[in-house]
Design a protein around this ligand. Structure first.
Ligand code: HEC
Length: 106
């Protein structure tokens, strides 16, 4: 990813985070997790409910399982066509917010 792409992504994230905390107020961790988690929908389905049998659902996933998977993808300990690149875009706090979001969906 080029520097300008990284900056554009960072800027979008900062904007989204400010927007989320301005709207939600009370529970910024959930709002941020939802914001970040919504970027997974094109593959994992709306609210993490997969529409393809070969694509894992994230809805209701065990919190630690998601955290571990994302860290393993990020560190290239677990191989994936796309998840390694995607996971590198998130720090530990963001991964935990995403895990909170998806693990609470029933
Ligand atoms: C371009 C498509 C794509 C996007 C976008 C995407 N994923 Fe994935 N993800 C996959 C595929 C494909 C797999 C399963 C196969 C693999 O490991 O390559 C997967 C697997 C996973 C797994 C492992 C699930 C399990 O049961 O072990 C997790 C966790 C995960 N993704 C989280 C996320 C999160 C969180 C996001 C958004 C930040 C995201 N993914 C965005 C394609 C995607």
């Amino acid at each position: 990813m080029s520097l300008s792409q990284r900056l554009a992504r960072l800027f979008a994230l900062i904007t989204a985070t400010f927007a989320a905390s301005a709207i939600a107020g009370k529970e910024p961790a959930i709002a941020t997790g939802k914001m970040l988690g919504d970027t997974c929908a094109s593959c994992h389905g709306t609210r993490g409910k997969s529409f393809d049998e070969y694509m894992p659902s994230l809805a209701g996933i065990d919190r630690q399982q998601l955290v571990r998977a994302m860290r393993d993808y990020r560190a290239d300990r677990r191989a994936s066509v796309v998840m390694n690149r995607i996971a590198k875009g998130y720090d530990d706090r963001e991964i935990e917010a995403i895990a909170d979001y998806f693990s609470r969906i029933r």
